[in-house]
Structure formats: structure tokens, C-alpha cells
Design a protein around this ligand. Structure first.
Ligand SMILES: Nc1ncnc2c1ncn2[C@@H]1O[C@H](COP(=O)(O)OP(=O)(O)OP(=O)(O)O)[C@@H](O)[C@H]1O
Ligand SMILES: [Mg+2]
Length: 381
């Protein structure tokens, strides 16, 4: 088909068998279009990492062909191929004898970038993920926490500005706040630069937030693929339902899925207070409420942009879509998916705040979208 011919990554009938006849992948046909972010998701051992490693020839297929940027990768020099593709590996993989800066500059150096350009790029990336170069540039990986090391791994993959990036559970070891921040950065980066990204995750809210397409794998095969919306609406069977976390009997309206305890602030409170509250509750946005009336949202990004003079939150508040409790669940889901929102305030009469919808409540609610007794399974209790 026309589209497939133009795929940036194209697997045709790929098998991977390990000695002893263990199938890691069976007849895998996969295409990733240019500029797409595709999430691979599935149970442990289903072949996600193997799929990534086939793309940069860290693993060779037992059968079938793989094309990258239109070329059969068997005919390419594997080292050159690897340097042209960013790779964040599952267990971070920083080089222990190199400093953080040297780790980040590694691929640009191998690609022959000049010193100044390399350094500028590395420092820019460190700022971006919140690791102050003054403090961290000259440390060694063992002197960083697991989450910090993971951020360095992500930076290393981005450093040479490759058009294709493979990410194997890159945010797994991060606290929720940093995780959300990096998810947002990744999404922004991809919107701006249209990288082609294959992203492995175990976390369905993460996949729903990031992916243009989700590929659910099972036993070395693609079990179902589609846009987040398609998968939510038409899960193929009980396996997908279960993987999505549904039980066949879900809520119907926003009120059924919202959480009642939202983290709120008052418009008269200050920036430092808001930051402290975000830290304590591990959230990256707060609902601004006067009395119990919903006024708007302050985000971590908004606070970061705030000028030095102390400002009241009232000055930093952003307009943000809200829903009403009686609205159908689907309205909230669609809004969150299409707008890539991390939260959705729920307001009643006179803009009274009554609750909040978050990505995890979305996952809890998936059952609603799933046909009753999918594949003849009894709805669980
Ligand atoms: N070098 C190897 N030798 C033999 N079997 C292997 C090898 N590497 C992977 N496998 C097997 O291939 C299958 C797929 O492994 P893979 O690492 O791709 O899974 P995964 O989906 O990434 O899992 P996880 O979510 O746990 O990271 C597994 O059954 C695994 O045991
Ligand atoms: Mg893996």
C-alpha cells in the first residue's frame, strides 16, 4: 500500500527465534510512519525490547526484512545505522567511566560534531530536563539517583538530533512529577520536530497521552493496533480489556469517574506556596478555587515562567477546559485525549468545583467503552 511504502520503519514477516527454538517474535508486520510516535505495550516477555533492537541491528532477524528510511537495513553498515538512531535502553546504560556531560556528548562526538556545538547542545538538554549543568555536568553516573540517570539516558538519545528515536521504558524509574514533565517535553519536541519515535511502556495512561498509535503486543505478535481512541472504543477482546484495566462494567458519566479530592489553591496565594503544594502532592497542576468556585488552573510550567517578583496565583492562572458531572464520560475522555490534558476540573452549578478527572481515572473508566461481555467473557465482579 502507498502509505506503507513511505513508512520510516517497516517490518515485513519478521521472526526472531533464539537458540532452542524460542520464538521472541512471530511474523511481525509493523509500520511506523514518519513523524509518528508509536507506543509498544504488552506483558513482560512479549517481544517489545526485541522489536526495538531489531530496528538498530543490535539483534538480527531470523526471517523477514526490516526497512528503515526505505532501505533494507541488512545492506547498511550497522554502526552507522546505530549512530543515526537515538536509543534509550531499558536499564539506562550510561557509561560509568564517563561524566554526565561526556555521556550526553557521546554520539555527537562520534558523529564528528565540533566541540562548541556539542557542548551547547548538551547544556541545553541538561537545562531542559532540570539537571543543573553546574551541579551535574562533571559527576559520574553512580553519583546520580536512578531517576536522574534515566534523564541522562533520555538526553543522550536526543543529543545528536536523530530523526528516529527508540525509547525502551524511558520514564519507568521517575517520580510522577518528573515523569509528567518529561512526557510533556517529549510530546512538545515531537510536535515541533516531527521525530519518528518508537516508545515502549508498561503504563497505559502514558501510552494514551503520548501515542499517535498504540501497538498492543502478545506472545511475539501484534495483538491489536490503532489510535488511542480506536483502542479505547473497540478493544479487540478480553486480553485488551484486561490490559486496559477494565472489568466490563464501568461508569457512565463524568460524576462516576471523577475523584472528589482535588488539590486546590486560592488566587491570593503565592508562587512559592504553590510550588510547595505541588511538591507535596506530586502533581504538576493545581486548581485555583475561591470559596468553592473554580477559577482556573496553575501549571508547573506556568510557575516556572513566572517573573522573579512574587506574583499572586491570580496573575498566573490559565483558562482550562472543564466538564460538568452530568456529561457523558466520553466527552471527558475525548477532551483529555485530543487536548492532551493531564487533568480536567469538574464543575457544577455556578462553577462550583466538585471533582477532578485525571489520566488514571480515565484508565479506571475504560470499562464503559468496552462492549458488554467482550468475546463472550462474563463481566467480572
Ligand atoms: N538473548 C536471548 N536469548 C534467549 N531468549 C531471549 C533473549 N532475549 C530475549 N529473549 C526472549 O525473547 C522474549 C522477548 O523478550 P523481550 O526482551 O523482547 O521482551 P519485552 O517485551 O521487552 O519484556 P519486558 O517488558 O520484560 O522488558 C522473551 O521470552 C525473552 O525471554
Ligand atoms: Mg523489555
Amino acid at each position: 500500500m502507498g502509505l506503507e511504502e513511505h513508512a520510516t520503519i517497516l517490518f515485513s514477516h519478521v521472526d526472531k527465534t533464539y537458540p532452542g527454538g524460542n520464538y521472541a517474535l512471530r511474523d511481525l508486520n509493523l509500520s511506523v510512519l514518519s513523524g509518528q510516535l508509536v507506543c509498544l505495550i504488552g506483558p513482560s516477555g512479549c517481544g517489545k525490547t526485541t522489536t526495538l533492537r531489531l530496528i538498530n541491528r543490535l539483534v538480527e532477524p531470523s526471517r523477514g526484512t526490516i526497512r528503515v528510511r526505505g532501505e533494507d537495513i541488512q545492506k547498511l553498515n550497522p554502526v552507522a545505522l546505530r549512530r543515526s538512531i537515538g536509543y534509550v535502553i531499558q536499564d539506562i546504560g550510561l557509561l560509568p567511566h564517563m561524566t554526565i556531560l561526556e555521556n550526553i556528548e557521546l554520539v555527537p562526538r562520534l558523529l564528528g560534531w565540533d566541540r562548541k556545538k556539542r557542548r551547547e547542545r548538551a547544556l541545553e538538554l541538561m537545562e531542559m530536563v532540570g539537571l543543573s549543568p553546574d551541579e551535574y555536568a562533571h559527576r559520574y553516573p553512580r553519583e546520580l539517583s536512578g531517576g536522574q540517570q534515566q534523564r541522562v539516558g533520555v538526553m543522550r538519545a536526543l543529543a545528536a538530533e536523530p530523526d528516529i528515536i527508540l525509547m525502551d521504558e524511558p520514564f519507568g524509574a521517575l517520580d510522577p512529577l518528573t515523569r509528567q514533565k518529561l512526557q510533556d517535553e517529549l510530546k512538545k519536541l515531537q510536535n515541533r520536530l516531527k521525530k519518528t519515535i518508537v516508545f515502549v511502556t508498561h503504563d497505559m495512561p502514558e501510552a494514551l497521552k503520548l501515542a499517535d498509535r498504540i501497538i498492543i503486543m502478545k506472545d511475539g505478535r501484534i495483538h491489536q493496533e490503532g489510535t488511542p481512541e480506536e483502542i479505547l472504543r473497540h478493544p479487540k477482546d478480553a486480553f485488551v480489556t484486561q490490559f486496559l484495566g477494565g472489568n466490563g462494567q464501568g461508569p457512565q458519566t463524568v460524576a462516576d469517574l471523577m475523584k472528589e479530592e482535588a488539590v486546590t489553591v486560592r488566587p491570593g496565594q503565592g508562587v512559592a506556596e504553590a510550588v510547595a503544594i505541588m511538591r507535596r502532592h506530586r502533581v504538576n497542576a493545581l486548581l485555583v478555587v475561591e470559596g468553592s468556585q473554580y477559577l482556573g488552573v496553575v501549571t508547573a510550567a506556568g510557575l516556572r515562567r513566572a517573573a522573579k517578583e512574587t506574583k499572586r496565583l491570580a496573575d498566573l492562572m490559565e483558562d482550562h477546559p472543564a466538564v460538568e458531572p452530568e456529561e457523558p464520560l466520553e466527552t471527558a475522555l475525548r477532551l483529555m485525549l485530543e487536548e492532551h490534558l493531564d487533568l480536567l476540573p469538574v464543575v457544577g452549578k455556578d462553577r462550583q468545583l466538585v471533582g477532578i478527572v485525571t489520566p488514571s481515572s480515565v484508565v479506571d473508566a475504560l470499562a464503559f467503552l468496552i462492549p458488554q461481555g467482550a468475546n463472550g467473557e462474563e463481566p467480572g465482579l
